[in-house]
Design a protein around this ligand. Structure first.
Ligand code: NAD
Length: 496
């Protein structure tokens, strides 16, 4: 590791420092951390300072061949899928426990790698531990069925693992993707986790802990590198059986086209531009605080960020003033300072992208209720911005910015709120804030999204399936639906 010491590292815990020091974040293949065949590397940058803190492998198509061969072997040899259901559960529970025991390291790594507030990464660690515990219980519950057929035949629907599952993931919650690995393994698959190039670190620890927990080497492999070099080669590789992609709509589209060559099935968890809809019967102060939290959390880099805030015209000005007020207490700063409430964006590229949207908003002539700008010394920080009097057809209202930028759009009545809420290519999630039960029911029915939250926002639990419609993708993450998606059905006819 050739790096100068980023000041952020002085805050990480002793166990993290001891794991991290001199660590090379390579591919993990057959239980070993390895370099790229052609020797390629990429820097791991701390978004709080812009300083390189570690080095990761950067693979090529040759590494993709190697990792797929390993996963294929592990699946075809049956080292995992042929274990008894109870044995698989025991090892997955052990995996979940060891993830729990290492939560401090995961939290620290995500804070250094993705620039997420340490208070926020605790939430991600909880999610990872809970989700792995939940999926660990599935091997004994995965059932096929016996459909009714005419006499003389016995038919079984056998539920079988897909095979080699490739998960290609983004950088905004690096440790949370352990849920995906646990689900794939619970269904009997082998997993190739293609980590995001901005956040290669926690995937390595996950795969190392899987082996420690008794999951055979090769069952959970990790591939490092860019989307162009290894992501696309993985998608086109004939040795994978299922692709689970989480990321932007543009990349999702490219992946679906590329996967058509081998007809590999794909599930897409894509972006959003979710409406946070506020009616005039709410408590203004608490709802305004929830609205700002829904965009400032994770510095806006959350797929379900409620970045289009639709406010009923009768309370518009008062509500905007309350959101500005709530945002005054935002403290941009050190991700390890418990007082900080807004951390950096993940990279210089992401910062430039957010800044360009802020310039665009200003040039489109909207009002600026909260005029945040670039801040921080060397890090990729951007203060919160609230645009008001935004028209829903403007680019700042239609496109996913993935930063602390909110567009406030006034509406007149329920029908208007529904029309504006649905008038977008995305369909990931929506929030409805009202004390009118009938109205909330009508909004639930009318909103064309994968998740509706009523008088709450961004609640989640491993049993609850999650996913989008329209250009937010298809397929479901979490819950029973995810385990089923990671299997296929073989129909067996037996003549009596
Ligand atoms: P991205 O699409 O740029 O990259 C995601 C992953 O895809 C990375 O690992 C990248 O290396 C890989 N990739 C890039 N090009 C590829 C290609 N041609 N073939 C194969 N792989 C390729 O997304 P990002 O910028 O890392 O993440 C932000 C996006 O992710 C946002 O749009 C956000 O909304 C979305 N997201 C969605 C969810 C969800 O559950 N719906 C969750 C988190 C993030």
């Amino acid at each position: 590791m050739t790096t100068e010491l980023s000041p952020t590292l002085s805050h990480v815990s002793a166990p993290t420092m001891s794991y991290f020091t001199d660590k090379f974040f390579g591919h993990v293949i057959d239980g070993e951390v390895v370099e790229s065949i052609e020797g390629g590397t990429m820097p791991v940058i701390d978004p709080s300072t812009g300083i390189q803190v570690a080095t990761a492998a950067s693979g090529t198509a040759a590494d993709v061949d190697r990792v797929v061969a390993s996963s294929r072997r592990a699946f075809d040899d049956g080292v995992w899928r042929n274990l008894s259901p109870l044995e698989k559960e025991a090892r997955l529970h052990s995996f979940s426990r060891t993830i729990d025991q290492h939560r401090t390291i995961f939290g620290d790594l995500d804070a250094v790698d993705a620039g997420l507030l340490r208070t926020y990464t605790s939430f991600i660690e909880d999610f990872g531990v809970n989700a792995t515990a939940y999926f660990a219980g599935w091997p004994t519950k995965l059932q096929g069925s016996i459909p009714p057929v005419p006499a003389g035949m016995n038919v079984q629907h056998r539920r079988l693992p897909r095979g080699v599952v490739a998960a290609i993931v983004p950088w905004n919650g690096p440790s949370a993707v352990v849920a995906m690995a646990a689900a794939a393994l619970a269904a009997g698959n082998c997993m190739i986790l293609k980590a995001a190039e901005n956040t290669p670190m926690s995937a390595v620890l996950m795969a190392e802990l899987a082996v420690e927990a008794g999951i055979p080497p090769g069952v959970f492999n990790v591939l490092q590198g860019t989307g162009q070099a290894v992501g696309s080669a993985l998608v086109e590789h004939p040795g994978t059986d299922f692709i689970s992609f989480t990321g932007s709509a543009a990349t999702g589209r490219a992946i679906q086209i590329a996967a058509a060559k081998t007809l590999t099935p794909v599930a897409l968890e894509l972006g959003g531009k979710s409406p946070f809809i506020v009616f005039d019967d709410v408590d203004i102060a608490s709802t305004a605080a929830a609205a700002t939290a829904a965009v400032w959390s994770g510095s806006g880099q959350i797929c379900t960020a409620g970045s289009r805030v639709l406010v009923q015209r009768s309370i518009h000005d008062e509500f905007v003033a309350a959101m500005v007020d709530a945002s005054r207490s935002v403290k941009v700063g050190n991700v390890f300072d418990p007082e900080s409430t807004l951390g950096p964006l993940v990279s210089q590229t992401q910062l430039d992208r957010v800044a360009s949207y802020v310039d665009l908003g200003r040039s489109e002539g909207v009002e600026v209720a909260l005029n945040g700008g670039l801040t921080g010394d060397g890090g990729f920080f951007h203060e919160p911005v609230i645009f008001t009097e935004v028209r829903n057809d403007m680019r700042i209202a239609q496109e996913e910015i993935f930063g602390p930028v909110m567009s406030v759009i006034p509406f007149d009545d329920e029908a208007d709120a529904l029309r504006i809420g649905n008038d977008i290519d995305y369909g990931l999630a929506a929030g409805v804030f009202t004390n009118d039960l009938g109205r909330s029911q009508r909004m639930i029915e009318g909103l064309d999204v994968g998740t509706v939250w009523v008088n709450t926002y961004q609640a989640g639990y491993p049993t609850v399936s999650y996913g989008g419609v329209k250009q937010s993708g298809y397929g479901r993450t979490l819950g029973e639906e995810m385990v089923h998606e990671l299997t296929h059905i073989k129909s067996v006819w037996i003549a009596s």
